[in-house]
Design a protein around this ligand. Structure first.
Ligand SMILES: [Zn+2]
Ligand SMILES: [Zn+2]
Length: 262
């Protein structure tokens, strides 16, 4: 099992990070992808990946921090991508729900980072919320040969279908376990398992029955269970196929995968 997207480098885990990693290994998690949201965090994810076998890193600037994207920051991130444990560029994208950065700046930062990822031949990790036409437009205009992971998907079935056509994988979090997420469970039913990733987005969005608490990678098991139920498939199949998907998307046979060890 894989937690394809989380943030346990954050200081909310400073007190007990080794225990969090040990619990993830205990439930059978092989790898964690730690995702940076700005240049400073991108350095932190690499530092964590260097210390812990089985943890890998993604570097980029989140739409919330889009106003920090300059040529200098992009160059510094590009240097970081040459680290052997960096698998992808992200998270990048658009968040018109929180609007923490002006929309025009978010779009420019997203496009600039899509161009870098394409040039470096890296997959991307995309965050998108309440920005469907703009997400569709920018992903269509900047094809990424290696594809990517549209993480914590909460959009429409139409957007999911378009992203699948463009070659993306769709990631689901604990939101699919929330009682009100009826429409999202329909999207889960429609996305083929072969193009799906499971993730926690820890520390956010803890799944039922942990809802409201700090999330942690071990709880990705609840996401797998929910998908198994929606798809009426054994949970072992969900785990096996999403693990293969992660290794295919991010590995492309160029890395020897290490297993998580605390
Ligand atoms: Zn995100
Ligand atoms: Zn995230």
């Amino acid at each position: 099992m894989i937690d394809s997207h989380s943030h346990i480098y954050m200081d909310r885990y400073d007190e007990d990070r080794p225990a969090v990693i040990a619990r993830a290994a205990e439930v059978g998690i092989l790898n964690l992808l730690q995702v940076g949201c700005n240049l400073e965090e991108s350095r932190q994810v690499i530092a964590l990946a260097e210390r812990v076998p089985g943890i890998y890193a993604s570097v980029g600037v989140h739409p919330h921090d889009a106003d920090t994207v300059t040529d200098e920051v992009l160059d510094a991130l590009e240097v970081l991508t040459h680290h052997p444990k960096v698998l992808s560029w992200g998270e990048i994208g658009l968040d018109f729900y929180y609007d923490n950065s002006p929309r025009e700046i978010q779009k420019a930062a997203f496009e600039a980072q899509m161009k870098r990822a394409a040039r470096l031949d890296l997959p991307v990790v995309i965050h998108t919320r309440d920005a469907e036409p703009e997400t569709r437009d920018i992903t269509a205009r900047h094809p990424i040969p290696r594809g990517g992971h549209v993480h914590c998907f909460t959009g429409s079935g139409e957007l999911a279908a378009d992203l699948l056509t463009m070659g993306y994988h769709i990631g689901f979090t604990g939101i699919i376990t929330f009682r009100k997420s009826t429409d999202l469970r329909e999207v889960v039913a429609a996305v083929p398992l072969e193009r799906m990733l499971i993730e926690t987005d820890s520390p956010y969005l803890a799944p039922v029955p942990h809802r409201g608490k700090r999330n942690e990678p071990a709880y990705v098991a609840e996401v797998a269970k929910a998908i198994a139920q929606i798809k009426d498939t054994p949970v072992e199949e969900v785990v096996r196929i999403t693990t293969e998907n992660f290794h295919r998307l991010y590995g492309c046979d160029r890395i020897e995968w290490e297993t998580l060890a605390s």
